[in-house]
Design a protein around this ligand. Structure first.
Ligand code: CTP
Length: 418
């Protein structure tokens, strides 16, 4: 299978952007060199600002080297050689701010409007969108002062708050407090660069399916397809970052597992399992995006023991049955307004096949993409195609990354919400 896992620079929303990385005092600071290195490789210009606690945890020398620029510390804030205050200079330089990890102290300073350090004053001075990824000990995260400050931060304009995940923390506590993984930080930053910070799906519940299903002949053999699940997972993360509560029903994925953080995942394997979970979740959903690549046929019988090679040909010729069309069933079963987006992976004449499919399935929107073109379809970081909608609507979609495309599709789906 072809996999163009990296987005070409020409399509990357982070390429050419000025990213200011603010690092405060949490042990998660040790993960930031990975993020800075990835940003530079993707063509972003990076400057790092560290609080004194952060500088004790992660080497400013390493960050300077990885960002190809000197780091800034509190001691740099005031200098008689500078024409303008450094915090204002840096605040105005940035297109985007990544604040990670965000400690309890820096959160408190920011929410209460205190500018007594370089990073704190920079946060007050900047008008750029900020991705803020909190990290701290579980008890600190749960303490009333921090909880109230976090709630206050959620009301700030231009801020995309990324709460911590649960796990084993460096303080040996098991619980909530772990900073989002570097690959999720990069994804959220890409979202901020391509869509922005607005949470227009707040209070909505979205049901998304992703990845392939597998139909088993015996314990060693199945029929499936090369879907990695990326399109559906990107759409799910886009919705989550826009405030939606997201249920993701997915087959076996070939993706970074941290991309599922913040989403309720329901793993499945076969079409029958997918059907059962959909039946359960459909009534609660405000909208549905059916990106799963459902295997079309299954053996009439799933054998318990592995067949000998010699028996295989006869077994394959025996009985196959179609997997029911789950998208068409969702359309039939819905009660009230519940916009549904389908997908059509096509080769050859994409548009005429997609139109026929759109009419057959009865969904409200259908995104059709070529799978026989480089840079689109299975395993690719980008995609392109046409979005079919009510009436004869047909919008061509230029090549773009699957996350920005997720945002485009989500906006179209959102317009159909009651
Ligand atoms: N789909 C579904 N149930 C199936 C097959 C497909 O719900 N048994 C959904 C997919 O999730 C997708 C849409 O229908 O949203 C189109 O899937 P696709 O595989 O392109 O279409 P098929 O109906 O399988 O038709 P064909 O294989 O002939 O192209």
């Amino acid at each position: 299978m072809r996999t163009d896992s990296a987005l070409p620079t020409t399509l990357d929303p982070l390429a050419g952007r000025r990213v200011l990385v603010g690092i405060s005092g949490s042990i998660a600071a040790v993960k930031l060199p990975t993020v800075v290195s990835a940003l530079v490789k993707r063509g972003a210009e990076v400057r790092c600002v560290l609080t004194p606690s952060a500088a004790a945890l992660v080497s400013p020398v390493a960050l300077a080297s990885l960002s190809r620029h000197r780091c800034y510390l509190d001691a740099d804030q005031w200098s008689h050689t500078a024409a303008r205050p450094l915090h204002v200079e840096l605040a105005e330089w940035a297109d985007l701010v990544l604040l990670a990890p965000l400690s309890a102290t820096t959160l408190g300073r920011w929410v209460h409007g205190l500018g007594d350090t370089l990073l704190a004053s920079l946060l007050l001075a900047t008008e750029a969108p900020v991705l803020a990824a909190a990290a701290m000990n579980t008890a600190m995260w749960g303490s009333p002062g921090v909880a109230a400050n976090w709630e206050a931060l959620k009301t700030f304009e231009r801020v995309l708050p990324l709460g911590p995940a649960a796990g084993l923390l460096a303080c040996d506590r098991e619980g909530t407090g772990r900073m989002a993984e570097p690959s999720l930080l990069l994804l959220a930053l890409e979202s901020l660069a391509s869509w922005g910070w607005r949470r227009d799906w707040g209070g909505r519940r979205l049901l998304v399916t992703a990845g392939p299903t597998r139909e088993w002949l015996d314990p060693a053999r199945c029929i499936s397809n090369p879907s990695t699940g990326q399109m559906g997972v990107m759409l799910a993360q886009a919705a989550r970052l826009r405030g939606a509560q997201v249920d993701l029903v997915h087959g076996p994925l070939q993706l970074d597992p941290s991309w599922l953080e913040g989403i309720t995942a329901h793993p499945i394997d076969t079409g029958a399992e997918l059907q059962e979970v959909l039946l359960d979740l459909q009534p609660q959903a405000d909208a549905i995006a059916m990106a799963a690549a459902v295997a079309d046929h299954r053996p009439a019988q799933r054998l318990e023991h592995k067949l000998e090679k010699a028996q295989l040909e006869a077994a394959l010729a025996e009985g196959w049955e179609p997997v029911p069309d789950l998208l068409a069933a969702l359309v039939r079963q819905r009660r009230g307004a519940q916009p549904i987006l389908g997908f059509a992976a096509q080769s050859g004449d994409v548009l005429s096949q997609a139109r026929a499919k759109f009419n057959r399935k009865g969904c409200d929107l259908l995104f059709a993409n070529p799978i026989d073109k480089p840079g689109a379809g299975f395993g690719s970081a980008s995609n392109e195609g046409w979005l079919l909608g009510p009436g004869d609507a047909c919008t061509p979609i230029e090549p773009m990354g699957k996350l920005p495309l997720g945002h485009v599709l989500l906006s179209a789906l959102g317009q159909l919400l009651p």
